[in-house]
Design a protein around this ligand. Sequence first.
Ligand code: SAM
Length: 187
Amino acid sequence: MQTVSNAIEFGQLILERVLPTARTVVDATAGNGSDTLFLAQRMSAEARLYAFDIQPLAIAATRQKTKDYADRITYLLDSHENIPTEVPGEIDAAIFNLGYLPGTDHRVTTEAEITLKAVQGVLQKLRVNGVLVIVVYPGHPAGQEEKKSLEEYFRLLSPREFTVGCYTMMNHTEDAPFSYLIEKVRG
Ligand code: SAM
């Protein structure tokens, strides 16, 4: 089994460390529900998971995939830019798996301006030692824009407050998916 050859799996390795003690968890792009299921399976029964997507079919698929954990999940047919108003308190762990849902309309994709606003919203609410994982797909135009705007923003984030890492595949093509891994280090 591969463990670091895939940008999502690498992010999951990091999330696995914080999920057992997390109280508030966010899947900002629920899609088919695979990431939501991953989070729900690893957090405690007392934690609450907020799963966002703007597509009804994505929320329906996520509900179906995670039905065994439904009592600990709040499903939101809503844009992730509304995380600050929809998610109470501090966030321990969050993931954005950007881009479009495979097998559906590729025009419904995450967009740089909204993604940046949503990421800023999560960072405002991230608990000290909380972790945010963002999987980026620079192989399509909207993904390129997201990469550019997130990179500009992250380079200016205070290292006293956040550590921002980036996991890229050095020997894959330039448009291979990669992950940003952000930890809040101080309040
Ligand atoms: N995490 C998913 C999974 O495990 O199957 C894959 C996510 S897919 C790559 C990206 C998702 O982001 C799509 O389902 C799309 O509808 C959703 N999306 C696009 N813009 C959004 C927004 N503003 N707020 C929340 N979700 C959004």
